[in-house]
Design a protein. Sequence first.
Length: 337
Amino acid sequence: MKLTTEVIALRTRHPFVIARGGSSDYRVVWVRLTDRDGLEGWGEADPSSYYNETADTVLAALAKIEQHLPDDPFALEWAEARFAQVIPNARSARAALSAALHDLMGKRLGQPVWRLWGLDPARAPKSSFTIGLDTADRMREKVAEAAQYPILKIKLGTDRDEEILKTIRDATDKPIRVDANAGWTRGRAIAMLPVLREFGVEFLEQPLPPDDLEGIAAVRREGVLPVIVDESCLIAADIPRLAGVADGINIKLAKCGSLREALRMIATARAHGMLVMVGCMIESSLGITAAAQLAPLIDAADLDGAALTANDPFVGATIDHGQIRVPSEPGLGVRRR
């Protein structure tokens, strides 16, 4: 099997800012696996500096893995275990390889990945659309631009969170969800709970730093809003210790490292009675479509990464008034624009 890589520069429509910073430019890596018959499987690595990954580290990791590619594209379990052994800390790179193998498998069988998993795309929840941190005027503009999306996700974790919430609520009566991106202290998070409830927030994501599980549990015990963890939960093995700490988890392929690991996370979370959300980084439609294969299995989705970009080079899964539409073509069903 042959591995080909290409760095793609994505540009967001607006600077995408969260509690720990932001940017308008994101470098992702397009991965192609070509089998002996010339059939290609595609995947995308969406590295995050928060997890010590960049496009350059992804390329270095993929160079190490080339000699470990499987001869058989159906040997998914063996391949992903081998990838984890050789490049354990390069999870976005491994996620790209996983997506490419699933894409190739589906193409060889002539079926979309979701159908191979026995799923019904109509069961996918509606996706939220993210409003990043900005001035009040720009945030009102973003809300107007997101008119077709029925659910908004608001980034908080600043010293003007109440003002942000009021700005959003004055501009729309849509359901809103809040992500503090670990930007609060325990006291601040608990003090914000009645404010969030007043503004009709549905749930709160990652209020505290990832390792402060006792603090997150204290926020949850207030019983005001469901609490979802993102940065606190990377892989399925993290979930048992989160049961009773949070109400749910947010899965991202770039964090967990593969589609098969994401399926394990969903099963583990369900076994612990937890809600499941699938989110994303700033990604093209290639990365989003891989994650969207999981959508029929989850409770909430935040798969707007491609919609936030101004130069998406791929066509794949779409969001139609919030509803996730997954391609019916074989594999992931993604093509170049």
